[in-house]
Design a protein around this ligand. Sequence first.
Ligand SMILES: [Zn+2]
Length: 65
Amino acid sequence: MSQRKVLDCRSHPSDRGCTLSIEGKEEEVLDAGTLHAITAHGHTDGPELREQLRALLKDAELTDS
Ligand SMILES: [Zn+2]
């Protein structure tokens, strides 16, 4: 099983004051986070954006085992 990750917009302050939190497997979070960053925050898709998002990922708290 893979460690779930959390991408929390609150850890990346923006002019929108976005509080979205995305949780799931790393690739799922990166996919959703990339889309969100583009549509909600006006970022441009590309490897650099994914690296920025990857750097913001945190381990999710394990709620089951
Ligand atoms: Zn956001």
